[in-house]
Design a protein around this ligand. Structure first.
Ligand code: HEC
Length: 165
């Protein structure tokens, strides 16, 4: 009987030690990761592109409208206003927007990769406009959401690689 109790006791002591140890390990790991995040912020590897002042101003105004448009598209979709979502996308982000944005002139100042990401965004937005019109007929928004995410992925890709001087 005495043996059983001491065996059980040492078993639970070991278990307790293991728990205490792993708690320390986990918390010190978490702490190390936390410190790492604050101390070593990743280097800014974006390419700085020089635009003429007026073009830079115009670009940033149009960027802010891009973000506004994305929000308005999501709201329209939430309200089942698929044609409205399509129109916002085509006129403010799609190939139609490309024409009204003086894109041909602006392209001269962009590195090739940046031009391509811009084109990709406009193409994806026009594709989304078609998909979301289809949603009106099918009541299936999934293909439209995928197309919308392709559009925002182009925003993210360009922002990750380029900045303005
Ligand atoms: C072809 C490249 C490119 C694409 C595509 C692009 N952007 Fe930008 N955007 C930029 C650059 C360059 C800046 C300036 C960033 C900097 O200098 O730090 C910028 C800045 C912005 C800003 C900040 C504006 C300000 O006033 O400072 C917003 C908001 C923005 N973009 C939204 C978007 C959204 C939303 C999309 C996609 C629908 C998008 N952008 C697509 C290149 C792009």
């Amino acid at each position: 009987m005495g043996t059983t109790i001491s065996t059980q006791y040492s078993y639970s002591m070991n278990k307790l030690k293991a728990i205490i140890c792993s708690c320390f390990t986990i918390s010190s790991l978490a702490l190390a990761q936390h410190n790492h995040r604050h101390e070593a912020s990743p280097a800014d590897t974006r390419v700085a592109v020089e635009y003429p002042t007026a073009m830079k101003e115009h670009t940033l105004i149009s960027m802010r409208d891009h973000l506004l448009a994305i929000g308005q598209i999501q709201e329209a979709m939430g309200n089942s206003q698929y044609d409205k979502a399509a129109e916002i996308a085509e006129t403010r982000l799609g190939q139609t927007a490309l024409k009204s944005h003086n894109a041909h002139e602006n392209a001269k100042f962009m590195p090739k990769g940046m031009q391509e990401l811009g084109n990709q965004m406009h193409r994806s937005a026009s594709k989304f406009a078609i998909e979301v019109q289809n949603s009106g007929a099918t009541e299936d928004v999934k293909p439209a959401l995928i197309a919308l995410s392709k559009t925002t992925q182009a925003c993210v890709a360009c922002h990750a690689s380029y900045k303005l001087k």
